[in-house]
Every structure is written in C-alpha cells, then in structure tokens.
Design a binder for this molecule. Structure first.
Ligand SMILES: *Cc1c(COP(=O)(O)O)cnc(C)c1O
Length: 383
C-alpha cells in the first residue's frame, strides 16, 4: 500500500498552497468582463518584480515550452541563425524548437552540471556573426546548474542580438534583473516557483524585442505576442480564452509571495538549497553542479553501483516522497530534489530523511541520520 500522505519534492510540478487551491475553486467568471480584467491586470503587474522588469508581462495559456516557442517565432524568421546554450535537456530543447521552426541553431555546449562560460557565447557570436539571438536557461533544471545571464547580457546588449532567457526554475526562486541584465525575452511557467498547477506561462519582452516581434515574418497564430500585448495591455483581456482559474490562482500566489516579501522568498529558497546540499557529503554523495548550484533544485549523484531510478521509485512508491531522477546520460545516476513551491526549510528534513531510508534499503553504507543532522545544522545557523 502506498502511504496516504504524499510529499512532492519534484522540480515541477510542485505543491500548491491551500489558499490558492481554494481560490482556483471559485465559480468561473467570463473572461471578457471588467472583473476578469482587474485580476489579469493585477497578476501581470505582480509578476514584474519577479522578472526584475518594468516591461509588460504577458500571460499565455500553455506550459512553459509554449512561451519558449513564442519567443522563437516572434523574434526570428525561418532561415535565421541563432546561438543556443546547450548544457542539458532544456538547453537542447532550444535547438529542437529552432529546428522545428525552420531556423538554424548553433549550439554552445556546456558540460552537464557546469555553467556556460560567457566567453563561449562571445566566441560563438564571432564565429556566427549572422546570429540574431542567443537562447539560454537561467537555471538548467535537468542538471541543477545556473548560467550567468547577466554576463551574457553584457555581450548581447551592444549588438543586434536578442537575449532570450528561460527562467522556468529561476523566476520566483532567486533575484532576476531582466532590465538591468539586458534580457530581451524572459519567460517562465506556473508549475515551478510560482506554486501553481501546470498550464500557464508568462513572458516579458524588451522594447527592442517588441519592435522586432512586430516585424517578424515567422508563421505564427496562437502565440502572436504583438497581438497579446494589444489585448492584455489595452483591452485587459487575453487574445484567446485564457486559463481563467489558473490566473485567479496566479494572482493569489503572487499576493502570498509579495506578502512574504521577495527578499524573504529568495532567502527561503537559498536556505532550502544550502540545507539540502549540506546533506550530500555526510551521505557520501557528490553534487552534480558544485560550481553554480541552482537554488531551486539540488542534484545528487548516486553512488556507483546503486540504481538511481530504483531509488527514486522506492522513495515515491514505498515512502510517498516524490523526487526526480536524471535524464539521458544521467539516467539512473542522479537524484534531483526540488525546493520550489509551497515549501519551507523543514520540508528538507522529510526529503533528506526519505533519501537516507531509500539509500539504506538499497545497500548504500553511511551513518543513518547524518544527512538529516546536516540539514538541521544548516537550519539552526539561519536564525
Ligand atoms: C520545467 C522546465 C521547462 C518545461 O516546461 P514545460 O512546462 O514542461 O513545458 C522548461 N525549461 C526549464 C528550465 C524547466 O525547468
């Protein structure tokens, strides 16, 4: 029998606060009404500080990948060249999106778990002077590493090259400075740090990106950001029927986030990340991304000879604790513990405790409780 009580520590989807679940259970209203317009306006405005922007934030009814595709098709045309940072599964997705839309992507490869070096991006732009955009993740969720977006922005902002950032496990987790960094398109999705179910994406464009989008020749219809801007800014509604209940939920989660205070929200994520990382050494595990670890998700390499997929299954099915394994070359070798969503530092005690039980049942040798103690030590020092 699987346990009755379940815990969700996956790097998306995440657990949703009860207030938000109730908000989303409210009777539906029509989306072409002043009542909906007020909620839409409020949610869009409350998103701006999370991106670090004064630009308009647009809401799209799709998962995060929809916003990634919107950035591609609104800023480039078929036949255009672009640079993309491929340091994991989501970086790879930029390449697939470019190809599917008839564009030519040039990959800048960064080793899994390592941040890309800004010089690599500069070199790629020199090698491909025709490139019209650079695509990158602020946090590469598949490898639990962050990329230096600000430093990449310093390279792109002086050229006619758009910088497009996937902020899906960054926005709402740690401070983002879209305007200061010179990011031209910043996007995120609902089911990670925004403490919501999947199904909603958010994107903001710089002035020069808006200018380019209004001239883009790429075929597109559903994700026409020029049209969305006109609807959302001027008409207080969306171009198409929106995910009304999710937008109610977003407005509520953002109310909670701003009530807690953004610096406090970022500190909470940092504490959860540091507490989780502290458990690695006492358990004899190594971090996949030691140089630039993501504050939203921690990746622990499993010991040689221990099947990481089995560990993840055991934790989920026998202990009721959801974490995620690795993909591709990291399949069976990685455990990813997400610390985004409706979570606090003490939840990491449950996550690490379950990890220890799983490791012990699979025969890994270590002192039981050593990881949990390290989490406690880190929390104790935060006072
Ligand atoms: C989760 C995630 C995505 C995927 O978005 P979907 O919502 O599954 O479409 C993209 N990029 C990053 C960095 C993610 O963490």
């Amino acid at each position: 029998m699987p346990p009755l009580k379940k815990y969700l520590f996956t790097p998306g989807p995440v657990s949703v606060p009860p207030e938000v679940l109730l908000e989303m259970a409210r009777p539906l209203i029509h989306h072409r009404t002043p009542e909906f317009g007020a909620v839409l306006d409020s949610a869009r405005a409350r998103m701006q500080p999370l991106f670090g922007t004064r630009q308009e934030v647009l809401l799209l009814s799709s998962s995060g990948t929809g916003a990634m595709e919107a950035a591609v098709t609104n800023l480039l045309a078929p036949g255009d060249h672009a640079i993309y940072v491929n340091g994991g599964k989501f970086g790879e997705r930029w390449g697939k999106l470019l190809k599917a839309n008839g564009m030519i992507g040039h990959a800048v490869i960064s080793e899994w778990g390592r941040p890309v070096r800004p010089a690599q991006v500069a070199e790629a732009l020199t090698a491909h002077p025709e490139a019209r955009a650079v695509f990158v993740q602020a946090s590469e969720t598949s490898t639990c590493a962050i990329h230096p977006v600000g430093e990449i922005g310093a390279i792109t902002r002086g050229r006619d090259v758009m910088l497009v950032v996937d902020g899906i496990t960054s926005v709402g987790v740690f401070e983002q400075k879209m305007d200061e960094w010179g990011v031209d398109a910043y996007l995120t999705g609902s089911q990670k740090a925004l403490m919501l179910p999947p199904g909603l994406a958010m994107i903001a464009l710089s002035d020069r990106a808006l200018a380019r989008a209004s001239q883009s020749r790429a075929p597109r219809y559903y994700f026409d950001l020029t049209r969305e801007l006109k609807s959302q800014r001027d008409e207080h509604t969306t171009a198409w029927t929106p995910a009304v209940s999710l937008i109610f939920g977003l407005n509520k989660t953002l109310e909670l986030i701003h009530a807690e205070g953004l610096p406090q929200v970022y500190a909470r994520h940092q504490l959860m990340a540091e507490a989780t990382r502290a458990a690695a050494a006492p358990l004899g595990l190594t971090l996949i991304a030691p140089d630039a670890p993501a504050p939203g998700v921690t990746g622990l390499l499993t010991p040689d000879g221990l099947d990481g997929s089995k560990l993840v299954r055991l934790m989920r099915d026998e202990l009721g604790v959801g974490v995620q394994g690795g993909q591709d070359q990291m399949k069976g070798r990685l455990v990813r513990i997400g610390h985004m969503g409706y979570l606090g530092a003490f939840d990491m005690l449950a996550a690490v405790s379950a990890l220890e039980i799983g490791l012990q049942r699979l025969g890994h040798r270590f002192t039981i409780g050593a990881g949990v103690a390290a989490v406690q030590e880190r929390i104790a020092r935060s006072g």
